[in-house]
Design a protein around this ligand. Structure first.
Ligand code: C2E
Ligand code: MG
Ligand code: MG
Ligand code: MG
Length: 294
Protein backbone atom coordinates (compact mmCIF):
# COMPACT_ATOMS: atom_id res chain seq x y z
CA UNK A 1 0.00 0.00 0.00
CA UNK A 2 1.32 3.40 -1.00
CA UNK A 3 0.70 4.93 2.41
CA UNK A 4 2.97 2.31 3.94
CA UNK A 5 5.90 3.55 1.90
CA UNK A 6 6.05 6.91 3.67
CA UNK A 7 8.63 8.23 6.05
CA UNK A 8 6.89 6.97 9.17
CA UNK A 9 6.91 3.44 7.84
CA UNK A 10 10.68 3.56 7.43
CA UNK A 11 11.07 4.77 10.98
CA UNK A 12 8.88 1.92 12.14
CA UNK A 13 11.09 -0.68 10.45
CA UNK A 14 14.11 0.87 12.16
CA UNK A 15 12.42 0.53 15.50
CA UNK A 16 11.46 -3.01 14.59
CA UNK A 17 15.03 -3.91 13.72
CA UNK A 18 16.20 -2.78 17.12
CA UNK A 19 13.55 -4.74 18.93
CA UNK A 20 13.32 -7.94 16.96
CA UNK A 21 14.67 -10.22 19.69
CA UNK A 22 12.78 -13.53 20.00
CA UNK A 23 11.18 -12.32 23.22
CA UNK A 24 9.90 -9.19 21.50
CA UNK A 25 8.54 -11.22 18.60
CA UNK A 26 6.66 -13.45 21.01
CA UNK A 27 5.25 -10.41 22.78
CA UNK A 28 4.30 -8.84 19.47
CA UNK A 29 2.45 -11.96 18.38
CA UNK A 30 0.66 -12.15 21.71
CA UNK A 31 -0.43 -8.52 21.47
CA UNK A 32 -1.60 -8.98 17.90
CA UNK A 33 -3.66 -11.98 18.99
CA UNK A 34 -5.00 -10.01 21.96
CA UNK A 35 -6.31 -7.28 19.66
CA UNK A 36 -7.81 -9.82 17.27
CA UNK A 37 -9.40 -12.03 19.91
CA UNK A 38 -10.90 -9.34 22.08
CA UNK A 39 -8.57 -9.28 25.11
CA UNK A 40 -8.48 -5.47 25.27
CA UNK A 41 -10.68 -3.57 27.70
CA UNK A 42 -11.36 0.09 28.38
CA UNK A 43 -11.47 1.63 31.82
CA UNK A 44 -12.90 5.10 32.36
CA UNK A 45 -11.42 7.55 34.84
CA UNK A 46 -13.81 10.32 35.97
CA UNK A 47 -12.82 13.94 35.21
CA UNK A 48 -14.12 16.10 38.04
CA UNK A 49 -15.07 19.77 38.22
CA UNK A 50 -12.85 20.84 41.11
CA UNK A 51 -15.29 23.56 42.20
CA UNK A 52 -18.60 21.69 42.10
CA UNK A 53 -17.52 18.05 42.44
CA UNK A 54 -19.55 17.12 39.38
CA UNK A 55 -18.24 14.55 36.91
CA UNK A 56 -17.75 16.26 33.58
CA UNK A 57 -16.72 13.14 31.72
CA UNK A 58 -13.99 10.55 31.69
CA UNK A 59 -10.76 9.47 30.05
CA UNK A 60 -10.76 6.08 28.31
CA UNK A 61 -7.66 4.05 29.26
CA UNK A 62 -6.82 0.75 27.62
CA UNK A 63 -6.05 -2.48 29.50
CA UNK A 64 -4.98 -5.90 28.30
CA UNK A 65 -6.85 -8.69 30.04
CA UNK A 66 -4.07 -11.25 29.57
CA UNK A 67 -5.23 -14.85 30.04
CA UNK A 68 -2.16 -15.81 32.14
CA UNK A 69 -0.69 -12.56 33.42
CA UNK A 70 -3.90 -10.84 34.48
CA UNK A 71 -4.77 -7.23 33.69
CA UNK A 72 -1.83 -5.41 32.11
CA UNK A 73 -1.37 -1.64 32.19
CA UNK A 74 -0.67 0.29 28.99
CA UNK A 75 2.77 1.03 30.41
CA UNK A 76 3.51 -2.67 29.81
CA UNK A 77 2.49 -2.75 26.14
CA UNK A 78 1.97 0.70 24.55
CA UNK A 79 5.67 1.10 23.66
CA UNK A 80 5.65 -2.34 22.04
CA UNK A 81 2.51 -1.39 20.15
CA UNK A 82 4.12 1.88 18.99
CA UNK A 83 7.35 0.19 17.86
CA UNK A 84 5.62 -2.61 15.95
CA UNK A 85 2.85 -0.57 14.35
CA UNK A 86 0.25 -2.54 16.33
CA UNK A 87 -0.76 0.79 17.83
CA UNK A 88 -2.85 1.34 14.72
CA UNK A 89 -5.21 -1.64 15.07
CA UNK A 90 -5.10 -1.15 18.86
CA UNK A 91 -5.95 2.54 18.53
CA UNK A 92 -8.69 1.79 16.03
CA UNK A 93 -10.26 -0.64 18.49
CA UNK A 94 -10.02 1.90 21.34
CA UNK A 95 -11.61 4.61 19.22
CA UNK A 96 -14.50 2.42 18.07
CA UNK A 97 -15.13 0.98 21.53
CA UNK A 98 -14.96 4.35 23.31
CA UNK A 99 -17.37 5.89 20.79
CA UNK A 100 -19.71 2.92 21.12
CA UNK A 101 -19.66 3.26 24.91
CA UNK A 102 -20.10 7.04 24.78
CA UNK A 103 -23.07 6.56 22.46
CA UNK A 104 -24.61 4.06 24.86
CA UNK A 105 -24.24 6.51 27.75
CA UNK A 106 -25.58 9.35 25.64
CA UNK A 107 -28.71 7.31 24.89
CA UNK A 108 -29.11 6.40 28.58
CA UNK A 109 -31.56 8.93 30.00
CA UNK A 110 -30.42 8.19 33.55
CA UNK A 111 -26.93 9.54 32.68
CA UNK A 112 -26.25 13.31 32.63
CA UNK A 113 -26.54 14.39 28.96
CA UNK A 114 -23.09 15.97 28.66
CA UNK A 115 -20.80 13.21 29.89
CA UNK A 116 -17.77 13.48 27.62
CA UNK A 117 -15.25 10.77 26.78
CA UNK A 118 -11.60 11.59 26.12
CA UNK A 119 -9.53 9.24 23.93
CA UNK A 120 -5.73 8.93 23.76
CA UNK A 121 -4.38 8.93 20.21
CA UNK A 122 -0.99 7.92 18.90
CA UNK A 123 0.75 9.96 16.18
CA UNK A 124 0.65 6.86 13.98
CA UNK A 125 -3.13 7.05 13.92
CA UNK A 126 -2.95 10.45 12.25
CA UNK A 127 -0.81 9.54 9.23
CA UNK A 128 -3.56 8.10 7.03
CA UNK A 129 -5.32 11.44 7.04
CA UNK A 130 -8.83 10.02 7.37
CA UNK A 131 -9.08 9.52 11.14
CA UNK A 132 -11.40 12.47 11.76
CA UNK A 133 -13.57 11.34 8.86
CA UNK A 134 -13.82 7.78 10.21
CA UNK A 135 -14.51 9.17 13.68
CA UNK A 136 -17.33 11.30 12.30
CA UNK A 137 -18.90 8.24 10.67
CA UNK A 138 -18.73 6.25 13.92
CA UNK A 139 -20.20 9.13 15.94
CA UNK A 140 -23.01 9.46 13.43
CA UNK A 141 -23.77 5.75 13.61
CA UNK A 142 -23.98 6.01 17.42
CA UNK A 143 -25.90 9.32 17.24
CA UNK A 144 -23.21 10.82 19.41
CA UNK A 145 -22.83 14.61 19.34
CA UNK A 146 -19.27 15.69 18.52
CA UNK A 147 -18.95 17.81 21.64
CA UNK A 148 -19.05 14.66 23.79
CA UNK A 149 -15.67 13.60 22.41
CA UNK A 150 -12.15 14.77 23.19
CA UNK A 151 -8.94 13.48 21.64
CA UNK A 152 -5.64 13.61 23.56
CA UNK A 153 -2.22 13.75 21.96
CA UNK A 154 1.10 14.04 23.72
CA UNK A 155 3.52 16.78 22.74
CA UNK A 156 5.84 14.10 21.43
CA UNK A 157 3.09 12.79 19.15
CA UNK A 158 2.40 16.29 17.83
CA UNK A 159 6.07 16.77 17.00
CA UNK A 160 6.48 13.64 14.84
CA UNK A 161 4.79 14.85 11.68
CA UNK A 162 3.63 18.38 12.19
CA UNK A 163 1.71 19.28 9.07
CA UNK A 164 -0.13 15.94 8.99
CA UNK A 165 -1.02 16.25 12.68
CA UNK A 166 -2.19 19.81 12.28
CA UNK A 167 -4.46 18.99 9.34
CA UNK A 168 -6.03 16.08 11.21
CA UNK A 169 -6.55 18.05 14.40
CA UNK A 170 -8.17 20.84 12.40
CA UNK A 171 -10.50 18.26 10.88
CA UNK A 172 -11.43 17.02 14.36
CA UNK A 173 -12.16 20.53 15.51
CA UNK A 174 -14.30 21.27 12.48
CA UNK A 175 -16.41 18.31 13.55
CA UNK A 176 -16.72 19.78 17.04
CA UNK A 177 -14.38 17.25 18.68
CA UNK A 178 -12.05 19.04 21.09
CA UNK A 179 -8.31 18.53 21.24
CA UNK A 180 -6.22 18.13 24.40
CA UNK A 181 -2.44 18.16 24.78
CA UNK A 182 -1.59 15.30 27.13
CA UNK A 183 1.29 15.43 29.65
CA UNK A 184 1.66 19.15 28.96
CA UNK A 185 4.99 20.61 30.00
CA UNK A 186 6.99 17.39 29.72
CA UNK A 187 8.03 17.89 26.07
CA UNK A 188 10.68 20.03 24.50
CA UNK A 189 8.56 22.62 22.76
CA UNK A 190 5.36 22.98 24.75
CA UNK A 191 5.04 26.69 24.18
CA UNK A 192 5.93 26.69 20.49
CA UNK A 193 3.42 23.91 19.88
CA UNK A 194 0.59 25.94 21.36
CA UNK A 195 1.03 28.48 18.59
CA UNK A 196 1.07 25.90 15.83
CA UNK A 197 -1.67 23.49 16.84
CA UNK A 198 -5.40 23.93 17.29
CA UNK A 199 -5.77 23.07 20.95
CA UNK A 200 -8.64 23.40 23.47
CA UNK A 201 -7.30 21.74 26.60
CA UNK A 202 -3.96 21.39 28.39
CA UNK A 203 -3.58 18.34 30.60
CA UNK A 204 -1.17 19.16 33.40
CA UNK A 205 1.13 16.21 33.84
CA UNK A 206 0.94 14.39 37.15
CA UNK A 207 4.65 15.10 37.64
CA UNK A 208 3.83 18.79 38.22
CA UNK A 209 0.71 18.07 40.26
CA UNK A 210 2.57 15.81 42.68
CA UNK A 211 4.33 18.58 44.63
CA UNK A 212 1.46 21.09 44.62
CA UNK A 213 0.97 22.70 47.98
CA UNK A 214 4.31 21.37 49.24
CA UNK A 215 6.92 22.11 46.56
CA UNK A 216 7.05 25.81 45.58
CA UNK A 217 8.59 24.95 42.19
CA UNK A 218 5.54 22.86 41.25
CA UNK A 219 3.21 25.63 42.46
CA UNK A 220 5.09 28.08 40.24
CA UNK A 221 5.03 25.81 37.19
CA UNK A 222 1.32 25.07 37.49
CA UNK A 223 0.53 28.75 38.12
CA UNK A 224 2.43 29.65 34.97
CA UNK A 225 0.67 27.03 32.84
CA UNK A 226 -2.69 28.12 34.26
CA UNK A 227 -1.88 31.77 33.46
CA UNK A 228 -0.97 30.79 29.93
CA UNK A 229 -4.16 28.75 29.56
CA UNK A 230 -6.25 31.67 30.85
CA UNK A 231 -4.57 34.08 28.44
CA UNK A 232 -5.19 31.73 25.50
CA UNK A 233 -8.72 30.79 26.67
CA UNK A 234 -7.81 27.11 27.09
CA UNK A 235 -9.07 24.75 29.75
CA UNK A 236 -6.74 22.82 32.02
CA UNK A 237 -7.18 19.34 33.43
CA UNK A 238 -4.89 18.30 36.28
CA UNK A 239 -3.75 14.67 36.14
CA UNK A 240 -2.86 12.49 39.10
CA UNK A 241 -4.70 14.42 41.82
CA UNK A 242 -4.16 12.30 44.92
CA UNK A 243 -4.35 14.61 47.94
CA UNK A 244 -6.54 17.32 49.41
CA UNK A 245 -3.48 19.61 49.47
CA UNK A 246 -3.14 19.25 45.72
CA UNK A 247 -6.87 19.88 45.26
CA UNK A 248 -6.68 23.06 47.35
CA UNK A 249 -3.69 24.35 45.43
CA UNK A 250 -5.32 23.62 42.07
CA UNK A 251 -8.48 25.50 43.05
CA UNK A 252 -6.46 28.41 44.30
CA UNK A 253 -4.62 28.55 40.98
CA UNK A 254 -7.90 28.46 39.05
CA UNK A 255 -7.60 24.98 37.57
CA UNK A 256 -11.17 23.89 36.98
CA UNK A 257 -10.89 20.18 36.14
CA UNK A 258 -8.97 17.24 37.54
CA UNK A 259 -8.69 13.48 37.65
CA UNK A 260 -6.89 11.20 40.05
CA UNK A 261 -7.13 8.64 42.82
CA UNK A 262 -8.46 11.30 45.22
CA UNK A 263 -11.73 11.03 43.28
CA UNK A 264 -11.54 7.68 41.53
CA UNK A 265 -9.27 5.20 39.81
CA UNK A 266 -10.17 4.22 36.20
CA UNK A 267 -13.47 2.27 36.36
CA UNK A 268 -15.30 -0.40 34.40
CA UNK A 269 -18.14 1.03 32.27
CA UNK A 270 -20.78 -0.07 34.81
CA UNK A 271 -18.81 1.32 37.74
CA UNK A 272 -18.33 4.63 35.93
CA UNK A 273 -22.06 4.91 35.20
CA UNK A 274 -22.79 4.18 38.87
CA UNK A 275 -20.18 6.75 39.95
CA UNK A 276 -21.80 9.44 37.80
CA UNK A 277 -25.29 8.58 39.01
CA UNK A 278 -24.27 8.90 42.66
CA UNK A 279 -23.94 12.65 41.98
CA UNK A 280 -21.27 15.22 42.81
CA UNK A 281 -18.28 14.05 44.85
CA UNK A 282 -17.80 15.79 48.16
CA UNK A 283 -14.82 18.11 47.93
CA UNK A 284 -13.18 18.30 51.31
CA UNK A 285 -10.67 21.06 51.91
CA UNK A 286 -7.65 21.03 54.20
CA UNK A 287 -8.46 24.59 55.18
CA UNK A 288 -11.70 26.51 55.65
CA UNK A 289 -12.77 28.95 52.96
CA UNK A 290 -15.53 29.94 50.55
CA UNK A 291 -14.58 27.22 48.07
CA UNK A 292 -15.91 24.73 50.60
CA UNK A 293 -19.39 26.16 50.30
CA UNK A 294 -20.11 25.36 46.62
P1 C2E B 1 -2.15 9.33 30.40
O1 C2E B 1 -3.00 9.56 29.21
O2 C2E B 1 -1.36 10.47 30.90
O3 C2E B 1 -3.14 8.74 31.49
C1 C2E B 1 -3.04 8.99 32.84
C2 C2E B 1 -2.44 7.84 33.58
O4 C2E B 1 -2.36 8.17 34.98
C3 C2E B 1 -3.26 6.57 33.52
O5 C2E B 1 -2.35 5.49 33.53
C4 C2E B 1 -4.05 6.61 34.83
O6 C2E B 1 -4.49 5.34 35.26
C5 C2E B 1 -2.98 7.15 35.75
N1 C2E B 1 -3.56 7.79 36.94
C6 C2E B 1 -4.82 8.21 37.12
N2 C2E B 1 -4.98 8.80 38.32
C7 C2E B 1 -3.79 8.75 38.94
C8 C2E B 1 -3.31 9.20 40.23
O7 C2E B 1 -4.03 9.76 41.05
N3 C2E B 1 -2.00 8.98 40.49
C9 C2E B 1 -1.16 8.37 39.61
N4 C2E B 1 0.09 8.19 39.99
N5 C2E B 1 -1.58 7.93 38.39
C10 C2E B 1 -2.87 8.12 38.06
P2 C2E B 1 -2.53 4.24 32.61
O8 C2E B 1 -3.97 3.88 32.49
O9 C2E B 1 -1.57 3.21 33.09
O10 C2E B 1 -2.09 4.78 31.19
C11 C2E B 1 -0.74 5.13 30.97
C12 C2E B 1 -0.57 5.84 29.67
O11 C2E B 1 -0.79 4.96 28.57
C13 C2E B 1 -1.57 6.98 29.46
O12 C2E B 1 -1.12 8.12 30.13
C14 C2E B 1 -1.54 7.11 27.96
O13 C2E B 1 -0.45 7.91 27.55
C15 C2E B 1 -1.31 5.69 27.50
N6 C2E B 1 -2.58 5.12 27.06
C16 C2E B 1 -3.58 4.61 27.79
N7 C2E B 1 -4.60 4.20 27.02
C17 C2E B 1 -4.22 4.46 25.74
C18 C2E B 1 -4.86 4.28 24.45
O14 C2E B 1 -5.99 3.82 24.33
N8 C2E B 1 -4.14 4.67 23.36
C19 C2E B 1 -2.89 5.23 23.45
N9 C2E B 1 -2.26 5.59 22.33
N10 C2E B 1 -2.29 5.43 24.64
C20 C2E B 1 -2.94 5.05 25.77
MG1 MG C 1 -4.30 10.81 28.44
MG1 MG D 1 -1.67 12.44 30.61
MG1 MG E 1 0.60 11.64 32.26
Amino acid sequence: RAKDLGKNRVQMYDARERRSSPATLVAEQALRAAIETGQLRLRYQPVIDLFTGRTMGCEALVRWAHPELGVLSPRDFIDLAEDTGLIRPLGAWVLAEAIRQAGEWHADTSMPPHTSVSINLSAQQLVDGDLAERTAAMMKAMQLPADSLFVELTERALATDESVARAELNAFRELGVRVAVDDFGTGYSSLAQLRRFPVDVLKLDAAFVRGLGSNPADDAIVATVQGLADALALHTVAEGVETVQQLDALRELGCRLGQGYLFSEPLTPDAFAAFVKRGAVELVSSRPGPAELD
